[in-house]
Design a protein around this ligand. Structure first.
Ligand code: URA
Length: 188
């Protein structure tokens, strides 16, 4: 049976299914439009997200907000979440067992939101959603359709902050995601 937002939120808040629960300040489920057509999936909360309990509120979140705004949308028009809901120490990548323990929550979010297009922000999201361990540069910008849902891997915003030369390609990907939505819904 599908969870409701209430049961999902509570389950994540109380979750102790992996070691990441030990050092968290807050869990970070996700936020945005509960039935958004466009979903963004990142890696996991960083320091700011852990403190606020909200996804993508630090420097990379501000860049993500600017890119969404440049598409003519706002954070409240899309749904934003992560592979893991608790901060990995020192912002390391989630370990496979941590992602494995947490992925059930992402599945439930997916079933509640039912997005049409999902932008995978970075290698970690690509790895755990598409089961593909190739470098992000090998797949970015290529849509992958699964059961009527269109997945688009692109660079993580923190990679764009580290290497601004990647911004042009990432922006092309964001525009392609919007175009795909337009094609699918006819009304964006
Ligand atoms: N990086 C992520 O992948 N997710 C966040 O929520 C913040 C930074």
């Amino acid at each position: 049976m599908n969870a409701s937002w209430e049961t999902l939120t509570q389950a994540v808040k109380e979750c102790t299914d992996c070691r990441l629960c030990e050092r968290r300040t807050n869990t970070v489920l996700g936020e945005g439009k509960p039935d958004a057509d466009l979903m963004f999936i990142g890696e996991g909360p960083g320091r700011d997200e852990d403190l606020q309990g909200r996804p993508f509120v630090g420097a990379s979140g501000q860049l993500l907000d600017r890119m969404i705004h440049a598409l003519g949308m706002e954070r409240c028009d899309v749904y934003i979440c992560n592979i893991v809901k608790c901060r990995p120490p020192m912002n390391r990548n989630p370990e496979p067992d941590e992602a494995g323990a947490c992925i059930k929550y992402l599945r439930q979010q997916f079933l509640l939101v039912r997005p049409k297009v999902i932008v995978l922000l970075g290698k970690v999201a690509m790895r755990y959603v598409l089961n593909d361990v190739r470098p992000i540069s090998a797949l970015r910008g290529q849509f992958i359709e699964k059961k009527g849902v269109w997945f688009l891997p692109t660079y993580h915003p923190s990679a764009l902050l580290r290497d601004p030369s990647k911004k042009r390609e990432a922006w092309e990907d964001f525009k392609a995601a919007k175009e795909k939505l337009k094609e699918l819904t006819g009304d964006v």
